[in-house]
Design a protein around this ligand. Structure first.
Ligand SMILES: [Zn+2]
Length: 358
């Protein structure tokens, strides 16, 4: 969850959002996703399965009723729904089920590789033993790769609003329990009131253990937070970073040093980080030479999916099929997948584009 701070916009579809003819191209395109949250990816279908395991929960059990439940009336309702989903994740089997089923939703969108942001502290604080949590996500990861063809890696994220104790606990789990799929360390939660520099010692420890640094920054605050993420947390990619568009010196720095931004257009509108899709700064970021990737953040919560986000990006940037394929290859190139995996997925994207009749 990046920031439970606003209701989502109505659901859209890639066909509706994409320039003519591109919806089908995007849907079939093999893709990588680098910024998507674990609990925030629980679709109504997955929530129904979790609710069936916990009949005492107030969450509706029927999928059609759940679709209505997921239509957010206002901010308070959004928080209510999010917390009721959190309440359904009570044991290691819930974690395993959620993770595997998120991968199934990814497979349906032809997502081949995803770095899933998980927040182990939330589950451990609710009584799931840390080792059981690690075993559950790893078990789901291996099954998803074997059975669904979706390669998952983890970003362990610490929620800013839980402060430094949660960061200490998260980095301890990352370093001491170190699940095989773990590649990076992140910082989510609110930015306002939670400056990035105090988290430096925890990022230092994660980086020393060989993890990549991928904090959220510059989503709801200005460019200074992105600078702080770069200088204090040694960020290799920035979650969101959209406010960089307001600082030409920062844009030049990001472009020169090849620091990519993980852009999530619909999320930015839903959280009011940008006023509308039409005013999203994605075109300015690209024009400045910054590497951008397109992502969905908390897709069902924001009434979107990765295909729809690609459609929005294609329209904002005026892309054709080849341009969309380039965007997909950006994500592969700046991912933390190994070299062989990157080469394989890039070749798959090139092959798909070459075979596209348009
Ligand atoms: Zn996020």
């Amino acid at each position: 969850m990046s920031q439970p701070s606003a209701p989502s916009e109505p659901p859209r579809s890639p066909e509706a959002a994409a320039p003519a003819g591109l919806g089908a191209f995007i849907a079939g395109l093999p893709k990588a996703e680098l910024h998507v949250h674990h609990v925030g990816s629980a679709s109504p279908r997955i929530v129904a399965e979790l609710a069936a395991r916990h009949p005492d929960s107030p969450v509706p059990k029927d999928p059609a009723e759940l679709e209505r439940y997921f239509t957010f009336r206002d901010f308070a309702h959004f928080i209510e729904v999010y917390l009721s989903v959190v309440d359904l994740i009570r044991d290691a089997e819930d974690i395993r089920l959620l993770t595997y089923e998120v991968a199934r939703d990814m497979a349906r969108q032809n997502i081949r590789y995803a770095e899933l942001t998980v927040t182990p502290h939330s589950s451990v604080a609710r009584g799931i033993p840390d080792l059981a949590f690690m075993e559950a996500i790893e078990d789901a990861r291996k099954a998803a790769e074997r059975e669904l063809g979706v390669v998952l890696r983890w970003c362990f994220d610490t929620p800013s609003e839980l402060g430094l104790p949660a960061a200490a606990e998260t980095v301890r789990m990352a370093c001491e329990l170190r699940p095989e799929g773990l590649v990076s360390f992140g910082l989510g939660g609110p930015e306002i009131g939670w400056p990035r520099p105090p988290f430096k010692p925890y990022f230092d420890r994660a980086i020393a253990a060989g993890l990549h640094s991928v904090p959220h920054a510059g989503e709801t605050t200005g460019p200074q937070t992105v600078w702080d993420a770069l200088t204090e947390l040694r960020a290799e990619r920035i979650g969101h970073g959209t406010s960089a568009a307001r600082d030409p010196r920062l844009l030049a720095h990001l472009a020169e040093h090849g620091i990519p931004l993980e852009v999530c257009p619909t999320s930015n509108v839903a959280t009011r980080a940008v006023p509308s899709l039409a005013e999203h700064p994605l075109p300015q970021l690209v024009a400045a030479g910054v590497t951008v990737t397109v992502n969905s953040d908390d897709p069902p919560m924001f009434g979107t999916d990765l295909n729809t986000e690609y459609a929005h990006a294609a329209r904002l940037l005026g892309l054709d099929a080849a341009g969309v394929a380039e965007l997909a290859k950006n994500a592969v190139r700046v991912s933390f997948l190994d070299a062989a995996g990157k080469a394989r997925l890039t070749a798959e994207i090139d092959g798909y584009l070459a075979a596209w009749p348009g």
